[in-house]
Design a protein around this ligand. Structure first.
Ligand code: KG4
Ligand code: ZN
Length: 344
């Protein structure tokens, strides 16, 4: 590590996130002190197409990253020519290859220019650090429900870097189910927030959608639920979008909470944690908080902004990795299918 002084400066990491459709840069001290966190969502760009268009995403990252870097550094009071930081961290996977390459290549170039280490971060591990950014005294192990657009994992987290898989979706990710149902009923992209909004004025028992695998182990499944929604809407075309959204959301939330409750019991968890974009969902946050209360367990929820993709979580994970694993080689490749490293 290059000579960077002491205290929070020594642990200050510049994080870059470009794995999907958010371009984000953050400066975080010691894994918890968010000195700046800025992002530019490409939602409007992709909304016309009903989902993320990889080629457009990559080009937008290229355009957006440089001004966001300048903004994040200015907000954190860093000198752009020779910032007092310990490392530059960037997401190296999973995600869209053309998008990952933009952030990771920039981070490697900055690491060379500033003579500080580069740290390649797993995006999923980044999500797991979101709660740690905002909660200090954690009772391990945590049962963590990681629910994003591409992944749905139930984990036992024994501490940073120590993850055991308890269950996972057998088909669609939870966020993907939100996005597909929203698109089907014409609520647009991204589907999660649109479903949550519509559901506020809908009746959650208007439809009794299936709760897949509710009483069966720790794995999850959402493709059958999505098909059930399509069938039900075709059978009752007069039904309101709000009722469909509320009934669908109730089914997803019930399954997610039940699986988390079972996972907590299976590993004698010390606490319950949510991560990933779907963790921004209000009814899920309320239901998981209630369930944890019934189990007598503390619940660690990242703030909504830290649930969806951001660079503060990447900087936090990068800081921990730098301290406990070490820097990454500059020839580290991006991997669109990078898996979360699990302990056996
Ligand atoms: O973690 P994330 O920002 O990106 C990925 O790593 O995939 O997650 C995005 C996913 C999308 O599927 C989006 O629809 C969903 O999270 N999402 C939500 C909400 N906000 C975002 N799902 C339900 N309710 C929300 N409020
Ligand atoms: Zn994500």
């Amino acid at each position: 590590m290059s000579g960077n002084g002491h205290g929070s400066v020594r642990g200050t990491v510049l994080g870059i996130e470009t794995s999907c459709d958010e371009t984000a840069v953050a400066v975080v001290g010691g894994g918890t002190d968010i000195r700046s966190s800025v992002l530019s969502s490409q939602v409007d760009l992709h909304a016309t197409y009903g989902g993320v268009v990889p080629e457009l995403a990559g080009r937008a990252h290229l355009e957006l990253l440089t001004p966001l870097l300048a903004e994040a550094m200015a907000k954190a009071g860093l000198d752009e020519r020779r910032p007092d930081i310990a490392a530059v961290a960037a997401t190296v996977g999973p995600g869209l290859m053309g998008s990952l390459l933009v952030g990771a290549s920039e981070a490697k170039a900055l690491s060379l220019a500033w003579d500080v280490p580069f740290v390649g971060v797993n995006h999923l591990e980044g999500h797991l650090f979101a709660a740690l950014l905002e909660h200090r005294h954690i009772r391990w192990p945590l049962v963590v429900l990681l629910v994003s657009g591409g992944h749905t994992l139930l984990l036992s987290m024994e501490g940073p870097g120590r993850y055991r898989r308890l269950g996972a979706t057998l088909d669609d990710a939870a966020g993907e189910a939100f996005d597909k149902v929203a698109r089907f009923i014409g609520l647009g992209y991204p589907g999660g927030p649109a479903i949550e909004r519509a559901a506020e004025s809908g009746d959650p028992v208007a439809f009794s959608f299936p709760r897949p695998l509710l009483d069966d182990g720790l794995d999850l499944s959402f493709s059958g639920l999505k098909t059930a929604v399509v069938r039900a809407v075709r059978a009752r075309p007069e039904a309101s979008d709000e009722d469909v959204a509320a009934s669908f959301q109730a089914a997803v939330v019930e399954v997610l909470v039940e699986k988390t409750r079972r996972g907590a019991g299976a590993v004698s968890a010390g606490g319950v944690c949510l991560a990933g974009g779907v963790a921004a969902n209000g009814p899920l946050r309320n239901a998981i908080t209630r369930a944890a209360g019934e189990l007598g367990l503390p619940v660690y929820l990242p703030s909504r902004a830290m649930c969806t993709d951001n660079a503060a979580m990447i900087a936090a994970a990068g800081w921990w990795q730098l301290e406990h694993v070490g820097p990454s080689p500059l020839d580290l490749a991006c991997d669109p299918a990078l898996a979360l490293p699990l302990v056996s």
